[in-house]
Design a protein around this ligand. Structure first.
Ligand SMILES: N=c1c2ncn([C@@H]3O[C@H](COP(=O)(O)OP(=O)(O)OP(=O)(O)O)[C@@H](O)[C@H]3O)c2ncn1[C@@H]1O[C@H](COP(=O)(O)O)[C@@H](O)[C@H]1O
Length: 128
């Protein structure tokens, strides 16, 4: 069952998840180059991409462990931590959320075309 009425044609009238992610990313970017004592994010940036990548790995494992324990709220909480640490990693590597969204859209188009291809071949090629 799809949670909260989500469907493949889902279009929300108001703010969407990407808005939240972009706001988080902007807040993270503001911490880049700041005094490490001033914030957790500034400390993460100062620690470098390898440390940030390690945090991403840890949070991903925590999501998986909570999922295996059927801990729904745990998965929600750890997913938020994962998205935060992943956003810090993107910023540290000069990647923007738009880069990722563009890749998602590219795949949507690609898979959309791929899904239609066999049907088109069957319809147009008479089942050859
Ligand atoms: N979205 C987040 C966010 N999500 C998770 N976290 C932190 O990351 C922690 C999760 O990592 P851990 O489980 O490893 O927690 P921990 O054991 O205390 O972490 P370590 O001491 O091992 O680093 C949480 O406890 C939060 O403190 C976040 N910290 C900051 N933000 C946002 O990032 C922006 C900048 O925040 P500051 O850097 O705090 O100014 C703001 O918009 C914040 O809302």
């Amino acid at each position: 069952m799809e949670p909260s009425g989500y469907s493949i044609n889902h279009r929300l009238p108001g703010p969407v998840m990407s808005d939240d992610l972009i706001r988080l990313y902007a807040a993270i970017l503001e911490r880049q180059g700041m005094d490490p004592s001033s914030s957790r994010t500034a400390r993460l940036f100062a620690a470098g991409p390898k440390k940030i990548a390690k945090k991403v790995g840890e949070e991903a494992v925590e999501v998986a462990l909570d999922a295996m324990n059927d801990d729904r709220q745990g998965v929600v909480n750890e997913s938020a931590d994962l998205l935060y640490n992943l956003s810090v990693l993107w910023a540290a590597m000069g990647i923007t959320p738009d880069d990722v969204f563009a890749e998602i859209r590219r795949r949507e188009t690609l898979y959309g075309i791929a899904e239609k291809l066999p049907k088109m071949t069957t319809a147009e090629g008479g089942g050859k």
